[in-house]
Design a protein around this ligand. Structure first.
Ligand SMILES: C[S@@+](CC[C@H](N)C(=O)[O-])C[C@H]1O[C@@H](n2cnc3c(N)ncnc32)[C@H](O)[C@@H]1O
Length: 250
């Protein structure tokens, strides 16, 4: 049965906050700067107070922007991306760095006769409350546990055979690998497990040009990179997510 448009973004699970220390630092900075503004106000020193107020308001706006992107924007943007793929419903899909399942479980809803696999190391610095059990609980809450498989593994060394998946997705995960050699390995692994004719769709905040170049080096076709707009600005336009997609030749 096809999933109604609204159903994709209607969430029953709890998906945490991406890199939670980032909004925490920004919010702490905002509070500190606004405190300095009040001190400047009390001691009648506008040369301290006015710049501090501006910094405080900018940091507060960045915090709100970040939380919107992580808690709302990501789901809206991915729902659009996944609908645009026009899946048949019987595909095998892998989410690399699935975390608590924001994208994994959304795509699983589009696969009534398919399978959705998620691979992760469940790092809580990268997502609050990150744990295999949290993702499994979300799969139950979203009513897709029957078609979801979770695996604890590094995305640079996947355990799956070559050409297993029709579609590989990844959301805000590959940039967490600190070095370009490691990121290239993750891309190579995603390409390896993709079947001929299959697609890869990656959304990330850094290194997307690197992924694009690697796809081309590996012989993928229909390689496109595009910006995803303000709904995925993590604190402002200087940390904006982009989409990279490609197809493995048949
Ligand atoms: C910002 S979270 C995003 C999670 C999920 N894709 C989402 O959009 O909600 C990044 C995820 O990448 C995972 N991760 C980081 N490095 C990884 C690696 N080398 N292999 C597998 N997963 C990794 C983290 O554990 C975390 O779950």
């Amino acid at each position: 049965m096809p999933v109604a448009a609204g159903d994709l973004t209607r969430r029953r699970g709890e998906y945490g906050v991406d890199a939670p220390y980032v909004p925490l630092l920004m919010a702490s900075g905002a509070v500190a700067a606004i405190a300095v503004f009040f001190i400047g106000f009390v001691v009648s020193n506008p040369t301290i107070g006015i710049p501090a107020l501006n910094i405080g308001l900018a940091l507060a706006a960045s915090t709100a922007d970040y939380l919107y992107a992580s808690r709302v924007g990501k789901f809206v943007v991915w729902a659009d991306i996944l609908r645009s793929l026009h899946l048949r419903g019987d595909e095998r899909v892998l989410d690399v760095g699935c975390g608590r399942g924001a994208v994994l479980l959304m795509v699983a809803k589009l696969l009534p006769r398919g399978r959705a696999g998620g691979v992760d190391l469940w790092r809580t610095t990268d997502q609050s409350g990150n744990a295999l059990e949290a993702t499994r609980r979300n799969a139950d809450l979203e009513d897709v546990a029957d078609r979801v498989e979770l695996d604890t593994a590094d995305m640079r060394a996947l355990r799956f055979p070559d050409e297993t998946y029709d579609l590989v997705v990844s959301s805000l995960a590959i940039h967490n690998i600190p070095d370009s050699v490691g990121r290239a390995k993750a891309i190579d692994e995603a390409v390896r497990v993709l079947r001929r004719g299959g697609r890869i769709v990656i959304v990330d905040i850094n290194a997307t040009r690197e992924y694009q170049a690697r796809f081309r080096e590996r012989g993928l076709v229909e390689v496109h990179l595009r910006s995803l707009g303000p709904r995925l600005w993590f604190g402002g336009p200087w940390v904006a997510a982009s989409l990279v997609e490609a197809r493995k030749p048949a």
